[in-house]
Design a protein around this ligand. Structure first.
Ligand code: ADP
Ligand code: NG1
Ligand code: MG
Length: 491
């Protein structure tokens, strides 16, 4: 985060001169009676493939969106946080921020987090990182244009922007990977045990390429996408707030329990620490396909009761809850372990295939032309080949959706409808993000984008959802990979 902006740190640029910044500045002045000192901008993301596997330790393949969270910030000379939002449906909030421990993140009486809880997550995590050594407080005004609760990572953009703003105000230099890992930890204060994909791409994204994200240590490797490929995001009109229910954490702990059982049955466990499905694979030194066989061998049943799991793991109920469950999954009594583990191992195979097909064809000199801003060759082909590769990648996306629907059970009727309508005109797609609502991501040849979007507007939004054609256009858009987080300061 230095003003010199080494490529390792979040870049600091001059404040752009545009209407959105002007409006945000104006709102800030009205709210606080002073001018903002700097801005932070963190993008949302769309995950191309690799869903619900980041928290199991497997690589994912997202890209950043243009839609973002933009925060205007000024420094306060006391340890307080004053938060405003340009959208008046989000209430104002003020609190002291003397120590990490004092920041209590509580949901509303229905268990839904208040919007500013996401800001508090970023601030709490930053304070913990600073060992509570805070030189000043912050005034923040938030302007977000990522559709919320829609699988495009509005939550992580908000958490990360708040954390980034606080650290920048304290003059703390951090590399992009350090702050991405810190923000992944911060967001767990909301109650969900996410894996870190959203925060990783928020900071490590580069324009014109997707990123293949690997863990321990966190690393992003650019992936060139076929030049003829267009990605379209379409909203299902169903929102799902991941921290408001235990659906997300249930999947996380089902994967944990599956990993634990496979490792125990295969004789690879020596302690009672949490182990991920990928750590089990490493311990057993197996391929992903061999892991699929082991799932059938060691997890043959469709449903496991808590008692059965305790027996297999040789622990009592209290120990099971304490060691492996979360506060909002403690009281669950039945678990689907085979289905979740199968999805994870097979999805990890699909990510490898997807990446291989992108990079193999990228390194195949024949028919390749053009280099994007990152020195990664765009992948171009003779016409026939171009559509072949789109079909291969698209089929992987379709299988991913099928698996998320059937094995992971995180789809939604509207998402399934969008996917099958797309299929009818030979466009492959899948739900993106955590699911239970939100968006699909579709892959189609560039020349077909307009026809495809028109079809969705007509058949899904107008005919099926009965919404106005003009409004419908705002729920579906084509997108290209964008760059990651940045800070704006008048130099
Ligand atoms: P997503 O898939 O978008 O990450 P989450 O369920 O994880 O969805 O988080 C969505 C929540 O983030 C919203 O319910 C809201 O509390 C918060 N949020 C997102 N965008 C904004 C915004 N622009 N202003 C205020 N809060 C926001
Ligand atoms: P969304 O839908 O953006 O909240 C969540 C997790 C990701 C990942 C995906 C599913 C968080 C912050 N995000 O994303 O880590 O697990 O679901 O692939 O928990
Ligand atoms: Mg989220």
């Amino acid at each position: 985060m230095s003003a010199n902006g080494t490529s390792d740190e979040v870049p600091v640029r001059g404040i752009p001169d545009n209407e959105r910044i002007s409006r945000l500045k104006q709102h800030f002045c009205q709210e606080f009676g002073c001018h903002p000192l700097f801005f932070v901008r963190v993008p949302g993301r769309v995950n191309l493939i690799g869903e619900h596997i980041d928290y199991c330790g497997y690589p994912v393949l997202p890209m950043a969106l243009e839609q973002d969270i933009l925060i205007a910030a000024a420094i306060l000379n006391k340890p307080e946080l004053h938060v405003r939002n340009v959208n008046n449906k989000y209430s104002s909030y003020e609190t002291e921020i003397k120590s990490c421990e004092d920041i209590i993140i509580k949901s509303d009486p229905n268990g839904k987090p208040f919007w500013y809880n996401y800001v508090l997550c970023g601030v709490k995590g930053a304070l913990e990182f600073l060992n509570d050594k805070l030189a000043n407080g912050l005034q923040l005004c938030v302007d977000g244009i990522i559709p919320p609760a829609s699988g495009l990572s509005s939550s992580s953009a908000l958490v990360s922007a708040a954390c980034l703003a606080l650290l920048y105000a304290q003059n703390v230099p951090l590399s992009k990977t350090e702050i991405a890992s810190l923000c992944a930890k911060c967001e767990r204060y909301i109650g969900t045990q996410g894996g870190g994909m959203d925060q990783a791409i928020a900071f490590l994204a580069e324009k014109n390429c997707a990123q293949y994200i690997t863990w321990s240590p966190l690393k992003a490797t650019p992936v060139a996408l076929p030049e003829n490929a267009a990605f379209v995001v379409a909203h299902s009109l169903a929102e799902a707030n991941k921290a408001a229910t235990n659906d997300f954490n249930r999947r996380v702990i089902e994967c944990r329990l599956a990993a634990r059982i496979i490792a125990t049955c295969a004789g690879a466990i020596t302690d009672n620490k949490i182990i991920t499905l990928s750590q089990v694979q490493n311990k057993l030194d197996k391929t992903l396909r061999e892991m699929v066989d082991l799932v059938y061998k060691y997890l043959p049943k469709d449903l496991y009761t808590k008692e059965e799991i305790c027996d297999i793991l040789n622990v009592n109920k209290d120990e099971l809850e304490q060691l492996y469950l979360t506060p909002n999954t403690k009281y669950l009594t039945e678990f689907k372990l085979k289905q979740r583990a199968l999805h994870v191992y097979e999805e990890a195979i699909r990510v490898e295939d997807f990446r291989k097909h992108c990079s193999q064809t990228a390194s195949n000199g024949n028919g390749m032309n053009g280099v994007n801003g990152n020195n990664i060759p765009n992948v171009t082909y003779e016409n026939g080949d171009a559509n072949d590769i789109i079909n291969v990648l698209g089929n992987l996306m379709s299988s991913s959706h099928e698996s998320l629907k059937e094995l992971y059970e995180c789809s939604h009727d509207n998402l399934d409808r969008l996917v099958s309508m797309s299929k009818e005109i030979n466009v492959n797609s899948r739900l993106t993000g955590a699911g239970w609502g939100g968006c699909i991501i579709a892959l189609c040849p560039k020349e077909k984008v307009n026809k495809y979007i028109d079809m969705l507007i007509e058949n899904f939004y107008v005919k099926h959802c009965k919404i106005d054609k003009c409004e419908a256009g705002s729920y579906v858009f084509a997108t290209t990979p964008n760059h990651g987080a940045e800070i704006y300061l008048d130099k």
